[in-house]
Design a protein around this ligand. Sequence first.
Ligand code: ZN
Length: 308
Amino acid sequence: MIGLEKFENLISLVSYFKDNDACKQFLKEQRWGDDVVCPYCGHHHCYTRSNGQFRCPNCLNNFSVLVGTVFENTKISLVKWFSAMYLISSHKKGVSSHQLAKDISVTQKTAWYILHKIRSLYNQENSIELSEDVECDEAYIGGSEKNKHESKKTEGTQGRSLKTKTPVFGMAQRNGKVVAMKTKDNKSRTLMPIIKQFVKEGSRIYTDEYIGYRSLVESEYSHSVVNHGAKQFVDGDSHTNTIEGFWAQLKRSIFGIYHFVSAAYLQRYVDEAVFRYNSRKQSESERFQSMFKRSIGIFRYADVKNVG
Ligand SMILES: [Zn+2]
């Protein structure tokens, strides 16, 4: 059985996966090895049929290796799917549907569909715990006010209006991982439970002077406030440069690569940026491995079925 670490670049990938059968054989080995497990009832030791499909002796369903994976019911060749996954995981800033369409020779609509399917694999682990020095901050993502036509601008907002932008809340452990999510608003009663869910008690939290963080003073955390208003951006340890670096990366990919992101899909782009950030120290091949494992089952099936 070939290991995923063998694929150090796209050439080695496509020379190994010459056709759909090679891809399916590989999927079977990675997913089950010699013991084929029924995706419907979980029964072990399913039979291989002469047409390459499998049959469960318990629930009597026939199924292919693609059932329950991100590739289920696809009409796109698996070679193109695998190549797309490699390209998406190896480009640090992400790949546009326009670029992916050219790279794997599909229509832009198909490339858009593949990107959204793959983005659904980026669900963040919600059991992650941040500790020690953690920077918290909000970003506002949406139609850029400064690029909008004069008549469509929201009056008196300086671009911070929640009418036109969606708030995203982020927490970054220094020299560690990021957790970030779209939120319904930026009120303290929305942000505090998120902090309590992800940040270990006793950690030091760094924020700007925004009123929504005031209740941190009487909490189980130490709280350092960075006074951006007084241009005191870096005062020893008191800064939020880590989370701001993450926002810069998120905004670069949203505006630079994808150009426009609707509020409905924003969480997927945030998840993608978090995956890229948290895997920044991995090699391309390691990132591909982790994406590949997600594609064959380490995700909730319901999430993938809802992808448009
Ligand atoms: Zn079964």
